[in-house]
Design a protein around this ligand. Sequence first.
Ligand SMILES: C[S@@+](CC[C@H](N)C(=O)[O-])C[C@H]1O[C@@H](n2cnc3c(N)ncnc32)[C@H](O)[C@@H]1O
Length: 218
Amino acid sequence: MWARASLARSTVEARPLKRGGRCCYAVRVAEADRERWDARYRGGGRPAPAGGFLQELDVLLPRHGRALDVACGRGALCLWLAQRGFEVTGVDVSAVALDQLRAEARARGLSIATGALDLETEPLPAGDFDLICCMHYRQPALVSELIARLSPGGVLAIEQHTVDNLALHARPSRRFLAERGELARQVLDADRPLRLERYSEGVVEGRAVARVLARAFD
Ligand SMILES: C[S@@+](CC[C@H](N)C(=O)[O-])C[C@H]1O[C@@H](n2cnc3c(N)ncnc32)[C@H](O)[C@@H]1O
């Protein structure tokens, strides 16, 4: 069964997925996630400053093209990318966060497509992206799907908190934390080979994170 998820500027096809027979379980978990994140975003606040990670690696990023920000939240990164001339799509489970992102984009005179998607059960928007970002959202099965959507020469940038963060902070909780080396393995073991241009694990601004920047071959 197919459903259409509305985007601000376009639409994506969304289909409930069964990954490894855990569809119902995943739907329940994601529904709880959706409510939790909606409540958090309803609590107010503005987009946090866009992650320093991409700004530090600016020289390695494409100059323009299509960008996808996965689990974008209020979309600080989407706004930063749109300001730089990218054609940006942001997807997230929280419709509240996406409403806030669209309002902020309008206020800044920017055009950003958004999609309310449950990444546990629904597919990502189709198409080739020149840049795909996923910051602070961990779902190991997703990485190969991100890689599959890169255009030739496209760049994948991911930052995730790692298990070492537990020694520093109680949150994010364990299920959201990457094992040491996990992110590098996911990229290097993917069916589609990528050039790993940057990889690091360590404490940045008081948070233990893994960061990867990898490029698809032309
Ligand atoms: C820690 S926030 C990160 C937001 C943003 N990427 C950032 O770095 O500021 C995690 C995001 O993942 C989203 N999320 C959680 N579960 C999700 C799911 N099943 N599908 C899609 N998005 C989800 C939340 O709504 C939230 O915006």
